[in-house]
Design a protein. Structure first.
Lengths: 354, 216
């Protein structure tokens, strides 16, 4: 992946866009940036950073990427924080706070902060801001998740950290908060040259469908997402059953896990129970290396769904639109910014259960 | 002998989130009265710039929200039919939008406090304007550069210009008229309907007009 150069994007974005990127980067040339997040594989943030870091380097902005380390205890807490920021009303006992702070501080001790700009992605490494006073850097909190309606206790705990940053970046105006720091809108992106998005040979797509025993005898509706309650996979099955009364179709629910998500298996079991052996429902658990398979499933689909209850941005929507697929998505998070109703898909508002 | 050269600029936007939102038409009106000029600019122009590949029903975010979230199609149409080419200042644009909404609320007071499906979030735009390497000294240069300049540069000179200049034209027509003394071409560029075409289509139209001008 790292061998991709900016010029490789010229056929997609045009020479002018690349020229504008160089113009914008001119003022930042020589600056050193550090990106910090919680997982090297799985999930949108890791995917973006894999590609973004070398491209920023090529523009003359020296960029380092570090991934924080933690045991299962830590990631149980960060997953709980993630869910709480998405609005789940769950207790946040002091021992969890202590685990979160201790592991964060341990990571902080092992990280050099000699850069000019530090970008902290999501809440997992948010405590790193404690080092701000010892650095000359500008600190940015890049929030990829939907914090439009967070659990009050958890948000209050994190807010103390957020307010110390120099700026915060959100993927949707819906997430902006009453903060004393500047807040900006910043959309994440997909990579048109990656295995997940590049053009595929029709034979390969057929082969992937065959591998997962999916026949193309009827329209295929697909949701690609982690098996996570916030993506409402059980709700997707209910919606499919409603649609099937009118149009015979297949449903594909496919997704992988991430190393910082210990809850995936529980949700997968719930989904399998809900599917109750319907031969037209295909539940596919994919390893993190399945980009080509995801690409093929999206390209073979008639309609793509993204029935999230909360959504940071919804890169799977971007991927589907890139492949010229109509998308039906919930009007949450960054999804309304992507779907043009009646032109590229449809938005479903939160009060519509299915 | 031709006059001053044309320096092509391009602009990028940093979008600042104001944290202010409207759930109802009354709240939208209140915020419209007090929001910054750059918020008006952002919500009237960003959709067209960022979705320059699609012809949407309404370019203005305000009209889109009133249509999609409040289902007040008549008001959305009235707001959406405001032609930005009729305005040379954000102040006059803001006043016209407020007047349309006030009139609608006067006729239909019951809808003022009805909640939309989703709130309207106010953002504002911080423009980063940058000079490009492209400079035109003649109609021939201008033609070559229009064919290859970025779409954001076309938006900057053709659409944002009238509010920046405070005059009833755009940068291209202004230069073509003043420096090249080609009034007919300037008028044809001014006459392009930005609501019916994507920015790429507009590029092609400008190129076509220049070709015809060069033939005469």
């Amino acid at each position: 992946m790292s061998s991709i150069r900016l010029m490789d994007y010229e056929p997609t974005v045009g020479k002018q866009t690349l020229e504008e990127l160089y113009l914008l980067a001119e003022g930042l040339k020589g600056r050193r940036v550090k990106m910090i997040n919680s997982t090297a594989v799985g999930g949108g943030v890791a995917e973006i950073l894999h590609r973004l870091v070398p491209l920023l380097d090529e523009l003359g902005i020296q960029t380092q990427w570090e991934v924080i380390k933690g045991g299962e205890d830590f990631f149980v807490v960060t997953k709980m924080i993630h869910n709480a920021l998405h609005g789940e009303q769950i207790p946040f006992p002091s021992r969890m706070k202590e685990t979160f702070l201790e592991v964060s501080r341990e990571n902080l001790r092992n990280t050099d902060m000699d850069q000019d700009i530090i970008v902290i992605h999501d809440p997992q490494p948010i405590v790193f801001i404690e080092a701000k006073g010892k650095t000359h850097a500008k600190w940015v909190w890049r929030c990829h998740i939907d914090i439009s309606n967070p659990n009050g206790e958890v948000w209050e705990f994190l807010k103390g950290c957020v307010e110390q940053y120099d700026a915060a970046l959100f993927s949707s105006p819906r997430f902006s908060k009453g903060l004393p720091i500047p807040q900006f809108l910043f959309f994440p992106s997909i990579d048109p040259l990656s295995d997940k998005n590049r053009e595929l040979e029709p034979e390969f797509i057929d082969q992937v469908l065959e591998q997962f025993h999916i026949f193309r005898d009827k329209p295929i509706i697909t949701q690609i997402s982690r098996f996570d309650r916030l993506k409402d996979p059980v709700g997707v099955i209910k919606a499919y059953r409603l649609a099937k009364r009118y149009v015979d179709c297949r449903l594909v629910l496919a997704g992988g896990g991430a190393s910082d998500d210990p809850e995936g298996e529980v949700v997968l079991d719930e989904v399998r129970t809900e599917a109750k052996g319907d031969p037209d429902i295909h539940i596919i658990l994919l390893p993190p290396t399945s980009s080509l398979e995801i690409n093929a499933l999206q390209r073979a689909s008639t309609i793509i769904l993204q029935k999230s209850i909360r959504e940071g941005f919804g890169l799977t929507v971007s991927e589907a639109l890139w492949k010229k697929k109509p998308v039906i998505g919930s009007a949450v998070g960054g999804i309304p910014a992507q779907i043009i109703p009646n032109l590229t898909g449809a938005l479903v508002y939160p009060y519509n259960d299915t | 002998m031709e006059g001053n050269p044309f320096y092509f600029y391009t602009s990028s936007n940093l979008v600042e989130l104001t944290g202010e939102k409207a759930d109802t038409l009354e709240e939208l009106l209140t915020l419209l009265r007090r929001c910054t000029g750059s918020a008006i600019f952002y919500h009237v122009f960003q959709s067209y710039r960022e979705r320059h590949f699609a012809i949407e029903k309404y370019h203005s975010d305000f009209a889109q929200w009133i249509s999609n979230s409040l289902d007040e199609e008549a008001l959305a149409e009235r707001l959406g039919s405001l032609d930005v080419r009729d305005f040379t200042s954000i102040r006059s644009l803001r006043e016209s939008m407020i007047k349309i909404i006030e009139d609608h609320l006067h006729e239909h007071p019951q809808i003022g406090y009805r909640h939309g499906k989703t709130p309207f979030f106010f953002c504002q735009s911080i423009s980063v304007v940058m000079p490009t390497k492209y400079i035109a000294s003649s109609l021939e240069d201008f033609y070559q550069i229009i064919g290859k300049i970025g779409i954001r540069s076309i938006h900057y000179h053709l659409i944002e210009a009238r509010l920046r200049l405070g005059i009833d034209t755009n940068d291209f027509s202004h230069w073509v008229r003043d420096s090249l003394k080609k009034d007919r071409l300037a008028q044809r560029i001014e006459g392009i309907d930005i609501y019916l075409h994507t920015l790429e289509e507009i590029r092609k139209m400008i190129l076509h007009y220049i070709e015809e001008e060069m033939k005469t």
